[in-house]
Write a protein that binds this ligand. Structure first.
Ligand SMILES: [Zn+2]
Length: 295
């Protein structure tokens, strides 16, 4: 009995030792595992930080307009000459930062008008009212050349989201070519320069040089954007412009101060085409009131 007891005690002691050794071993193993896990976690954190950084870099570099437009031209409204048929089927435009250029009523719509194409929307404005930039971007054209013709004083801005906007008939321009601007920034003052019969803002939205009806994505009654993301589609977004360009025969009555170059540009055709259609020479003098075939 005593012998047995001794044995039991020995067995108990042994198993206790074994247990504690095992426990110790387990703790060390756990510690190592925990530390490895910790390192892995740290590494993962570093990896994710690097990934965030890389993504941010990518986002910073990935400005849609940079890959869309090859040319940067401070003179010509549409130097790209991209036909609608050459545009890819759809393009998503981030419109979330939109600011309405002037909170006032629409006085003339986008589309065909007196045989020519009105590529923008006119809004009532008082001379001297601030004109705000619709989206952030960079000033491409700031023209103060002509007080009597066409757009008069006008500004064209290329936006990071891929659109370009034009602001016409201004009285004063507050920005310079190549200047970076933010959405909502005052870029000019409203006016009555160019071919204009009263103070108004002529506002255009273009994609790769082709005008899009701003009503497609802007709510002109409430002065806000309709969608944070607007998808430009080759099939739908240029409907009015395509109809105009493809319409069979159009005439235009010459106005005081017109020349063939100006008329050709306004009708999206060429001087040589106008000459052919009207049996004219490029040097011909065209009198005001004459009816010209323009397509
Ligand atoms: Zn207009």
């Amino acid at each position: 009995m005593r012998h047995n007891n001794k044995n039991i005690v020995a067995i108990l002691l042994l198993s206790l030792f074994a247990f504690s050794a095992n426990a110790q071993q387990k703790t060390t193993k756990d510690k190592v595992l925990a530390s490895v896990a910790g390192m892995q976690e740290q590494r993962q954190t570093i990896d994710s930080l690097l990934l965030i950084e890389a993504t941010q870099d990518e986002e910073y570099e990935d400005i849609p307009s940079d890959s869309l437009y090859g040319e940067w031209d401070n003179e010509t409204l549409n130097p790209y000459k991209v036909k609608i048929t050459e545009i890819k089927d759809s393009f998503l435009v981030d419109c979330s930062e939109y600011v309405h250029p002037i909170d006032n009523i629409v006085t003339s719509e986008f589309g065909q008008r007196w045989g020519r194409f009105h590529a923008g929307i006119d809004m009532r404005i008082k001379v001297g009212d601030s004109v705000r930039c619709a989206f952030s971007g960079k000033v491409r054209i700031a023209r103060t050349g002509s007080r009597r013709r066409g757009y008069g004083y006008y500004v064209v801005i290329r936006h990071e989201n891929g659109l370009e906007t034009l602001y016409g008939h201004l009285s004063k321009i507050l920005v310079k070519p190549d200047q970076e601007v933010k959405a909502g920034e005052a870029i000019a003052l409203g006016g009555n320069t160019g071919r204009s019969t009263g103070p108004h803002l002529h506002f255009e939205t273009r994609y790769l040089g082709n005008p899009i009806n701003p009503r497609n994505f802007i709510d002109f009654d409430n002065y806000v954007i309709k969608y944070d993301n607007y998808t430009i589609t080759k099939a739908e977004s240029f409907k009015e412009f395509k109809e105009f360009v493809n319409s069979p025969t159009r005439y235009y009555r010459v106005r005081q101060g017109d020349n063939l170059g100006y008329i050709a540009r306004k009708h999206h055709t060429t001087v040589s085409r106008l000459c052919k259609l009207n049996r004219l020479k490029a040097t011909s003098v065209i009198k005001a009131g004459k009816k010209l075939r323009v397509s």
